[in-house]
Design a protein around this ligand. Structure first.
Ligand code: KG4
Ligand code: ZN
Length: 349
């Protein structure tokens, strides 16, 4: 049995979790900075790092209290050390090093993107249709998996051969899908983060109201979202993109039509990737994996293709430390612990 303390601070969520044996969650906490960044319409790295510093110890303490365990019972500290905003990563990493040094614990480096994929395998109450929603041990997952990591910073397809083996096979050539959601939300004056707001609004709109483009660059598994974002801009604010918003604008129709285009592209590419690598299953993870339209469409497509679909439960779609502590268990078992010279890396896939 091993109890891992996981820490996550790569972007705008400060998170800690205590997870036993890679799947049993004893406590979890996420302090979101969304409100702090809302007035800027995006994450300000300096503001984010300072906020991580302020809350990381209270977040860890709350987890320990909730789980009713002491630091003496912890067997290792797993921390996201890549990829992410460098100042943000350093807060989690320095904290983890402090614990590792003071308590003589193994320091376990975790790749944030790999952790998202692992989080999808952990299952949960409203997770994907695979394996009866329970956790799928890495030993019994149907590797290789076609994994779509889709968030505010990433839109990448991987051929996943194991918990720590992810080969990129397609990526966005410009904006990430979550970024496109956030920008369209800003265009409509809705707020930040835009994904959940647009998702909710889309439920009341007509997905056919606007024929937005569905760019799928040929001969590759790459994505492009800047054309879609620009098409929304021109549809709302004219060919120069500077006109005032039309008085009779129905924001729900824009949201539904945008979401239909984004989901279509993401789903088609994931299925195409699965066929190409002869995948044994599908994974979708990252903040946009919380999208109701994407979840519903992928469930349908997975059933049609006869493939299990692994999705994180809603609460584990966006950044969290459960996935970090979970994967950390396997990283430690594989002997991939680090010494105190471990670096934070802004890129890492
Ligand atoms: O994984 P995450 O928490 O942080 C990054 O690593 O980026 O993802 C955040 C992104 C944001 O762009 C947010 O708008 C998007 O995920 N997001 C959604 C939904 N919930 C969060 N996008 C679409 N629909 C949602 N329901
Ligand atoms: Zn993330």
């Amino acid at each position: 049995m091993s109890l891992i303390l996981g820490l996550e601070s790569s972007c705008d969520e400060t998170a800690a979790a205590l997870v036993r044996d890679g799947h049993e969650v004893l406590a979890e906490r996420v302090a979101s900075q969304a409100e702090l960044h809302a007035r800027f319409g995006g994450v300000i790295p300096e503001v984010a790092s300072r906020s991580h510093l302020e809350v990381i110890f209270p977040v860890i303490q709350t987890c320990l209290d909730e789980a009713g365990v002491t630091l003496a019972e912890v067997d290792g500290v797993a921390v996201t050390n890549q990829p992410g905003l460098i100042g943000c990563l350093l807060v989690g990493l320095s904290t983890a090093k402090g614990f590792a040094l003071a308590l003589d614990l193994p320091l376990i480096p975790v790749n944030h993107v790999h952790a998202h994929v692992y989080g999808a395998l952990m299952g949960g109450e409203d997770a994907g249709g695979a394996a009866g929603n329970g956790p799928t041990a890495p030993e019994s997952a149907p590797w290789p998996l076609a994994s779509l990591v889709v968030s505010g910073g990433h839109t990448t397809l991987y051929e996943s051969g194991g918990p720590q083996v992810h080969r990129p096979i397609g990526r966005t050539l410009d904006d990430a899908a979550g970024e496109a959601y956030d920008k369209v939300s800003a265009l409509l004056g809705l707020g930040y983060p835009g994904g959940p707001l647009l998702d909710k609004l889309a439920a009341d709109g007509d997905p056919k109201a606007y024929a937005f483009p569905r760019p799928l660059p040929s001969d590759s598994l790459d994505f492009s979202f800047s054309g879609l974002k620009t098409a929304v801009l021109y549809a709302l604010r004219g060919p120069q993109g500077r006109d005032p918003l039309p008085a009779d604008l129905v924001p729900a129709d824009v949201a539904a039509s945008f979401q239909a285009a984004a989901v279509d592209v993401l789903a088609k590419r994931l299925l195409q990737a699965a066929r190409r690598i002869q995948a044994g299953g599908l994974v979708v993870c990252g903040g946009v994996a919380a999208n109701s339209g994407l979840r519903a469409r992928l469930k349908l497509e997975a059933e049609r293709a006869g493939l299990p679909l692994f999705m994180p439960p809603m609460r584990l779609a966006t950044d969290n430390a459960v996935m970090v502590a979970g994967l950390g268990h396997h990283v430690q078992r594989a002997g991939h612990t680090a010494d105190l010279s471990l670096d934070a890396l802004p890129r890492g896939d």
